[in-house]
Design a protein around this ligand. Structure first.
Ligand code: SAM
Length: 186
């Protein structure tokens, strides 16, 4: 079987991130991606993770502590638009849009703040670095967000960025898909 969209996102990130680098999880949720990133950068590395829900922070903290990885992760109870306040050079930035699985389905990422955060993220992405955006759009705000993010990516200069879309095109029920943006140059 073809790998699913999340597996592809992780594979692309794994291929580009070096041990000791700084990476960002823009949508922490239950911490699956935060954990993946913390393992990838190892002890010398740094993960900065955002979520607007205390529940997400708590869940992620528990998981990281259980795995002994909490020290390398900075968790921020804040919107990912605050990426613009970070003075970092990021090797990878992961977005996983939508609502918190097991949480309140009314609290979702929103087109305008997502675009702001993507723009800020691209400013701190190092050359050769990658941003992955998993688009789950099966919720009321999801369709607008999907269209806005795709339109934004279409306009990115091909001299500066490569943008990939990975999507199954014969699935029902607004299947999630992946946009991956690589900043060109080393
Ligand atoms: N990556 C997560 C995981 O591994 O479990 C799943 C993320 S979930 C699909 C989306 C998350 O984005 C939710 O936890 C939600 O609270 C969060 N979110 C919504 N708006 C946000 C914002 N403006 N800034 C940061 N996080 C936000």
């Amino acid at each position: 079987m073809f790998p699913n969209v999340l597996e592809v996102a992780r594979k692309l990130i794994r291929e580009r991130v070096q041990v000791g680098e700084t990476v960002v999880d823009a949508t922490m949720g239950n911490g699956n991606d935060t954990l993946f990133l913390a393992q990838l950068v190892q002890e010398e590395g740094r993960v900065i993770a955002f979520d607007i829900q205390p529940q997400a922070i708590e869940k992620t903290r528990e998981r990281l502590e259980r795995e002994g990885l909490a020290k390398r992760v900075e968790m921020k109870l804040a919107s990912h638009e605050d990426i613009d306040q970070l003075e970092i050079s990021a090797a990878a930035i992961m977005f996983n849009l939508g609502y918190l699985p097991g949480g309140d389905k009314e609290i979702t990422t929103q087109a305008s703040s997502t675009i702001q955060a993507i723009q800020s993220g691209l400013r701190v992405l190092r050359p050769g670095g990658i941003m992955t955006v998993m688009i789950y759009w099966g919720h009321p705000a999801g369709e607008t967000e999907k269209e806005t993010v795709e339109a934004f990516c279409h306009e990115l200069s091909q001299l500066d960025y490569l943008v990939l879309k990975y999507q199954y095109i014969n699935q029902q029920n607004q299947a999630p898909f992946l946009l991956a943006i690589e900043r060109r140059g080393q």
